[in-house]
Design a protein around this ligand. Structure first.
Ligand SMILES: Nc1nc2c(ncn2[C@@H]2O[C@H](COP(=O)(O)OP(=O)(O)O)[C@@H](O)[C@H]2O)c(=O)[nH]1
Ligand SMILES: [Mg+2]
Length: 425
């Protein structure tokens, strides 16, 4: 870290940005980027998003300038109140003199643009503030709620010297664990109301929350939701020595009817406190861990005799995640001319096995269920994507979606493993 960067970090909490710290320039990056020049930032992001030829070089050049910003992930179901909360947080952080970058990941088609505009409007007057930079990205159907480019955009904003970078992402369930790799502090937003049980257990959302926020605290049922989440947290197996106790905060970010906001300052304080506690750049460690898991998945796939005889190929791996693919040929068909269910099972089970063994210890399958939605035929390419739904000390649950290359659902699979303490060689 340069002196300038270290200086900048100290400023975040003491004298927030009397002057943006003068940071060294880097000949590999566009001029002005490290100083937060808006046009340089916008151009760099576009270049990376569009996969321009120089994108990979740019991403690599960003690496030495990362880890200064405090990256805050805000996740929750659509309509949970995330954008409204981001707007309220912007007000609090601006009042502390911070420069803030916002990345809003929207699941809608990049063509519709409607929801993206809606987010800008909802973030209201702060969106136009000179110290705020908002970028909306479409998630392009990527189920994790985070598009592959999200991390790169966060990196650009981090390198550009924003004090806080907020990532708003729709919680679509299963692979929310991805937010680990993007954010230092993860806030999960739960609105009050029915289905708390479902919400809380879904996708191990409690496992990934550093802060739980019950939004719309002005609505009936908010207190019950707070109580419920606290109970859930108590039931959860937490390492006894866990230094950070996940707080449950209730926040009303201002009602459509114009009632005053409540709990926003406390949320901002707790968020900053977690940033000091966990350390900025925590996401970068998670990223290194993730690269190690990816390498492990590929190594395991390469050493699996069954995978090599079936023609299954490994496409992707990560912590608790794996994707495999198979091109269907005549020998995969049954007497009716469609793909044999056993082949689909084998493909899903392969992804399940790789994902569950991605953490470095041996996981043994103890249960699996499969449903078939649609027949597949010779010539189709099937992909199986396994993601960790939940993991405790001894058991982990995975969901595998089998789809055709065009995205059509073929089958879904759920499997449970017993986690041994034995390490992979
Ligand atoms: N009553 C109440 N409504 C809220 C509050 N925060 C957000 N909303 C409303 O909830 C709806 C969804 O909010 P939005 O921020 O767009 O949710 P997002 O989809 O999670 O980003 C909007 O109609 C908001 O006006 C709140 O604190 N109280
Ligand atoms: Mg939103």
């Amino acid at each position: 870290m340069t002196d300038a960067a270290a200086h900048g970090k100290a400023q975040t909490h003491a004298h927030p940005r009397a002057h943006a710290p003068a940071r060294a320039s880097d000949p590999l990056l566009p001029p002005g980027l490290l100083h937060g020049d808006r046009r340089a930032v916008a151009r760099t992001i576009s270049c990376i998003e569009q996969g321009a030829p120089e994108a990979a070089a740019l991403r690599a050049a960003l690496a030495p300038h990362l880890g200064r910003a405090h990256v805050v992930g805000i996740t929750g179901a659509p309509g949970a109140g995330k954008s409204t909360l981001v707007h309220a947080l912007l007000g609090e952080l601006l009042a502390r003199g911070q420069r803030i970058g916002v990345v809003a990941v929207d699941p809608s088609s990049p063509l519709s643009g409607g929801a993206v505009l809606g987010d800008r409007v909802r973030m209201g007057e702060h969106g136009a503030h000179a110290d705020v930079f908002i970028r909306s990205v479409a998630s392009r159907g990527h189920l994790g709620g985070l598009s592959p480019g999200t991390r790169a955009i966060v990196d650009v904003l981090d390198a550009a010297g924003f004090d806080t970078v907020i990532v708003e992402t729709v919680g679509t369930g299963q692979s929310e664990v991805e937010i680990l790799r993007v954010a230092d502090t993860r806030i999960v937003v739960c609105p009050p109301g029915l289905g708390d049980e479902v919400q809380a257990s879904k996708a191990g959302i409690l496992e990934i929350a550093d802060l739980l926020v019950v939004s719309k605290a002005d609505l009936p049922g908010a207190e019950a939701t707070v109580r419920h989440l606290r109970e859930m947290l108590q039931l959860r197996a937490q390492p006894a020595a866990a230094a950070w106790k996940v707080p449950v905060l209730s926040v009303s970010a201002g009602t459509p009817a114009g009632a005053a906001a409540q709990g926003v300052a406390a949320l901002a304080e707790t968020t900053l406190e977690h940033g000091r506690h966990g350390g900025h750049g925590r996401r970068l460690h998670a990223d290194a861990k993730s690269a190690a898991a990816a390498a492990r998945v590929f190594r395991l796939a390469a050493s699996d005799p069954f995978i090599s005889i079936t023609g299954i190929t490994c496409q992707r791996g990560g912590p608790g995640e794996a994707e495999v693919r198979l091109h269907l040929r005549a020998e995969h068909l049954n007497f009716n001319g469609s793909c044999h269910g056993g082949v689909i099972f084998a493909l899903a089970d392969t992804a399940f096995g790789l994902a569950s063994n991605s953490h470095g210890t041996v996981a043994a399958g103890i249960d699996a269920h499969i449903t078939y939605q649609q027949a597949a035929r010779a010539g189709d390419t099937l992909m199986a994507h396994a993601r960790e739904v939940s993991r405790s000390r001894k058991l982990a649950v995975y969901r595998v979606d089998v789809t055709r290359a065009d995205g059509r659902a073929i089958s879904s699979f759920t499997g449970t493993v017993y986690l041994t303490s034995e390490h992979h060689p």
